[in-house]
Design a protein around this ligand. Structure first.
Ligand SMILES: NC(=O)c1ccc[n+]([C@@H]2O[C@H](COP(=O)([O-])OP(=O)(O)OC[C@H]3O[C@@H](n4cnc5c(N)ncnc54)[C@H](O)[C@@H]3O)[C@@H](O)[C@H]2O)c1
Length: 301
């Protein structure tokens, strides 16, 4: 179905802006609310409309959407940095937990019946020696992951059709290179500048990398049909940092040099999510393998 009116929170950010573009491409009208704290106005493309507002401020959000009618909400706005969440836990709580509550209230007030909540697989399961399914017990090792888990509970209890997507490590065009987390974007920037790559630890830490275009497809699909509850959105395949550098070298040529730095506190050794429930239920399956996604990212970023 298309031709609906959708509210996208955090739609000036990396994931949210791809979601907004994908919705417009299939014929939906999109309003973005974002405080531009880590997002960029340049990521919002007409006819998408941007209203600058902090979702943790219930009144301001209420004013920003007053008189509007929406069919659905895709909630992407969040603070997303693991290390920063230890230092600014209260602010993280305001944005992630209070912000989600306020967005759910705004959804109800504007007539929306469906909410797609963008959550994290990478930061919510803890160590995943094999692959985490949606039934795997949660062990979020940081306030960021713990607060995202709280936000998930709010979505499930909201009385709306709620779908929570637990994303693996997302990469692709528009990911910022200057923030903690997006290792592919950071490496790509270093490659382009001819700077050395910094690897924390011995490079054996493994992650499941999912292409942002595939994530946007998942958000669009979750708006359809009768899906409810939690779905992992990842590839189910983990690759080490060393393996990633090897694959990026095949796409970009060899890097200037690779430097090893001490492992960072709280880093997980292996994070990988099992996306088979989404495939089984006909919601989504990954389309872009890492090599193809890296090529597209290198071309577009
Ligand atoms: N990038 C990943 O690898 C990844 C992995 C798992 C989950 N996620 C989730 O995806 C979502 C988007 O993350 P992203 O990677 O695109 O990061 P991002 O920082 O690019 O996007 C977040 C957006 O939310 C906005 N925002 C932050 N605080 C806000 C507030 N108080 N009010 C209004 N807007 C606010 C930011 O300005 C930004 O545009 C988040 O919910 C994050 O937890 C991302």
């Amino acid at each position: 179905m298309s031709g609906r009116r959708i509210l996208v929170t955090g739609g000036a950010g990396f994931v949210g802006s791809h979601v907004a573009d994908a919705l417009v491409a299939r014929g939906d009208a999109v309003l973005v609310v974002d405080d531009l704290s880590t997002g960029d106005r340049a990521n919002v493309h007409p006819p998408v409309e941007l209203r600058i507002v902090d979702v943790s401020d219930a009144r301001a959000l209420g004013r920003a959407v007053e008189g509007e009618r929406f069919d659905a909400v895709v909630h992407c706005a969040a603070k997303t940095k693991v290390v920063q969440s230890f230092e600014q836990t209260q602010r993280y709580r305001e944005v992630i937990v209070d912000g989600t509550r306020n967005v759910l209230d705004a959804a109800l007030a504007t007539g929306a019946r469906d909410v797609v909540n963008i959550s994290t697989g990478g930061a919510i399961y803890g160590e995943t020696p094999t692959r985490a399914t949606e039934e795997t017990e949660l062990h979020p090792p940081s306030p960021y992951g713990q607060l995202k888990a709280e936000a998930e509970q709010l979505v499930q209890a909201a009385g709306l059709r709620g779908v929570t997507l637990r994303l693996a490590n997302v990469y692709g065009p528009r990911q910022r290179q200057d923030l903690e987390g997006g290792v592919i974007a950071i490496f790509l920037g270093a490659w382009r500048r001819g700077d050395p790559l910094t690897v924390y630890g011995d490079g054996t830490a493994e992650r499941d990398y999912v292409y942002v275009g595939d994530v946007a497809d998942a958000a669009c699909a979750a708006l359809e049909g009768a899906f409810t509850g939690v779905y992992n959105i990842g590839t189910g395949v983990a690759i080490s940092v060393n393996g990633l550098i090897e694959m990026m070298s095949a796409v970009l040529g060899p890097p200037t040099c690779v430097r090893n730095a001490p492992e960072r506190a709280g880093e997980i050794q292996r994070s990988c999510v099992d996306p088979s429930k989404a495939a089984r239920d006909g919601l989504w399956r990954p389309r872009t393998d890492l090599r193809a996604g890296l090529e597209r990212t290198a071309e577009l970023a």
